[in-house]
Design a protein around this ligand. Structure first.
Ligand SMILES: [Zn+2]
Length: 427
């Protein structure tokens, strides 16, 4: 009996301890759980607050190309509030990435709309096709005056953001647009174009494109020609940002040698992380730092993961961003998603509503401060714009506009004489 009593006491004791343990455990679990939950909410809220006070400006969105490729620029009856509705019937491919609903969800404060048409137009109707894309975007912006506001300067971006409208800027993607003409370059500037990507995936008569780095037999200009250097000079004089996404490494180096103003990469990532020719090598990153430019990291899966069976992840995008921050600095990195210019997206960064997720990741996992995030999302590109504007003001006072023609031999080299009337070469 004595033993039995002792056993009972032990059993009761163990049961009490176990019960206390469970109660404490559950209580601690609930508290910790609640705390974790409240941390999550506060991080989301913090990111929200940052984005409400500071414009997130993306360097590259191909919505204009989507209009051309899928709608033949007929946008009068498109409902831009919700573009996902066209997935099955019109687009017959991946869901579109951009519409007003998702731009607002993603707190997009400013967007460089990419004015792009394919290299097939070079030497034929390149200028016409680019002008058509400016027209379609201008019509879109006019149709939604409470959502979009044209912006041509850093101050105008800030003004649009204050008015709760998405600052809308234009960038030409592909130097073939200007048909080797200083006049066309200036006229595009007058139409509001504020950057020009010097090439797309084709050489033009004055600059080589990125793919020559993998196929040296395609080299035509060995970087930037003398005429190309004059184009850079005129862009600096105008205050049009020089965009080095898509160009060959030698073109990057040549531009960085002659540029008087900070350059941009509107949608490129880090070559050291993924050795794609569209990305920026470390030695160039160091020169971008000296130049004061900005590399706007893109979300193109093949430039991020470098592996066709790996769709990439937010963590991998963050790795590119952190690498550029380390090799150059926090002042030289930005964001250029390339939405609607890509067939597949990175899981978690599926459309323009997802920028906050990337920012949450950088703050939570990589320890980015609010100050650093503000630079990344828009502070850096605004600084680069302001610097270009300031240098342009000085250059306009001291330099005359570029005149003259590209040498005929350079047009011939690229088979670009047949579609031109060469009257100005006759004397
Ligand atoms: Zn591109």
């Amino acid at each position: 009996m004595a033993l039995e009593k002792k056993t009972i006491k032990i059993i009761v004791g163990v049961a009490v301890i176990a019960a206390i343990g469970i109660i404490v455990g559950v209580t601690v679990g609930v508290v910790v759980g609640r705390q974790q939950k409240s941390n999550e909410i506060s991080l989301e809220q913090r990111v929200n607050d940052i984005l409400l006070k500071n414009p997130l400006i993306d360097g590259h969105n191909d919505l204009p190309w989507l209009f051309r490729a899928k709608f033949q620029n007929k946008i009068n009856s498109i409902d831009l509030q919700n573009m996902t509705q066209y997935k099955a019937t019109v687009l017959n491919s991946t869901p579109t990435h951009t519409d007003i609903y998702r731009l607002r969800q993603g707190h997009v404060g400013g967007q460089f709309w990419s004015i792009y048409t394919s290299c097939e137009h070079q030497g034929k109707d390149a200028a016409v096709s680019f002008l058509e894309q400016i027209d379609v975007m201008s019509r879109m912006i006019d149709r939604y005056p409470n959502v979009f506001q044209r912006a041509n300067t850093a101050q105008e971006v800030r003004d649009a953001f204050k008015a709760n409208r998405i600052a809308s800027l234009y960038g030409i993607e592909g130097g073939q647009a200007i048909e080797s003409s200083f006049s066309l370059l200036r006229l595009f500037y007058q139409l509001g174009v504020r950057y020009m990507t010097l090439t797309h995936n084709c050489n033009n008569p004055w600059a080589d494109e990125n793919r020559v780095d993998a196929n040296p037999t395609w080299i035509k200009n060995d970087g930037l020609t003398d005429f190309g250097k004059r184009i850079i000079k005129e862009m600096n004089r105008l205050g049009m940002l020089v965009d080095l996404s898509h160009v060959a490494k030698q073109t990057m180096l040549d531009v960085l040698n002659v540029a008087k103003s900070p350059v941009i990469y509107s949608h490129s990532s880090a070559y050291a992380i993924c050795n794609h020719t569209r990305n920026v090598p470390d030695d160039v990153l160091q020169k971008v730092k000296e130049n004061g430019g900005v590399v706007m990291v893109t979300f193109v899966p093949s430039f991020i993961s470098c592996n066709s069976s790996d769709p990439g992840s937010i963590a991998q995008v963050a790795k590119h961003i952190n690498h550029i921050k380390t090799v150059a600095s926090v002042d030289n990195v930005g964001i250029g998603g390339d939405y609607d210019g890509i067939a597949t997206t990175i899981p978690g960064l599926d459309d323009v509503s997802t920028y906050p997720k990337l920012i949450e990741y950088l703050m939570n996992i990589d320890g980015w401060t609010e100050e650093e995030i503000i630079k990344l999302i828009g502070g850096n590109i605004l600084r680069v714009m302001e610097k270009n504007e300031e240098i342009a003001r000085d250059l306009r006072n001291s330099t005359l506009p570029e005149e003259g023609l590209i040498e005929r031999i350079n047009l011939e080299k690229h088979n670009l004489t047949t579609c031109r009337h060469l009257d100005m070469y006759e004397n």
